[in-house]
Design a protein around this ligand. Sequence first.
Ligand SMILES: [Zn+2]
Length: 292
Amino acid sequence: MSRCVGSLRKMANFSGVKLDQVVKQLESFAPTSLAEKWDNVGLLIEPPNDKLVERILLTNDLTEPVMGEAIEKKVDMIISYHPPIFKPLTRITKANWKERVVAACLSNSIALYSPHTAWDKVLGGVNDWLAKAIVDIQGIKPLVPEPDAVPGTGSGRLVETNMPISQLVQALQEHIENSVHVAFAVDHQAKTFVNTVGICGGSGGSLLRGLQVDLVITGEMSHHELLDFNHNGTTVLLCNHSNSERGYLREFLPMLDDRLQGACELFISEKDKDPLHTVMRGNAQATQKVQQ
Ligand SMILES: [Zn+2]
């Protein structure tokens, strides 16, 4: 799958779409009403001018390097999975990176939209993408189904399988295109095969807590949460927070392209990456390579 639909249509003319039409398509895929009450989702920055949206950048996190890329690519809109504005801002100065990002969006007339937990819960969203490391979509159920919503919508995911743990780890690594950390259940030697798996992208500790499953997959967890899971008979696979989410953008890009009928040039950020890197013992020299 291409990282950039635009590059496939180099000679094509992108007619552009009004911002409210892009927002309408994003809402019709994953209504913001699905998002958690504590979340801050939807259109977060609307530039004052009404120019058409011709170029859209997709990113997991809107960091300053990603913001620089957006300006360089002359995009009109950024879709950032995590909301860059979460706590209320009391000023827009140069002193804080989030404030600088907001100022850069406004001064470059770039709109900003964040779906966050609406994408987690929606059928065909981030958690379904993560669960597809193990099974097809038909075998995936929400952990907490959303009332009065399309079946398959809800928080977290639950899958049944019959895989040796080594095969499951390999499948997950291939799927997220990255390494994972394993914390084994204290009695793990008693079980060769994994039958039940709880899944939650990002920080899934609180949602997955107390679940009676062989294994859970999430992005990050605290040391003490890990010990609780392991003593409850559950093995934990950690991907790093954003590595459990980011790959979904590759699945979302062609869906958005269809919805916009090819009217916009779509990019996945090349600068967006998880801040954590694994440096193996004895390989510290690789740190410099990672830095570049
Ligand atoms: Zn997250």
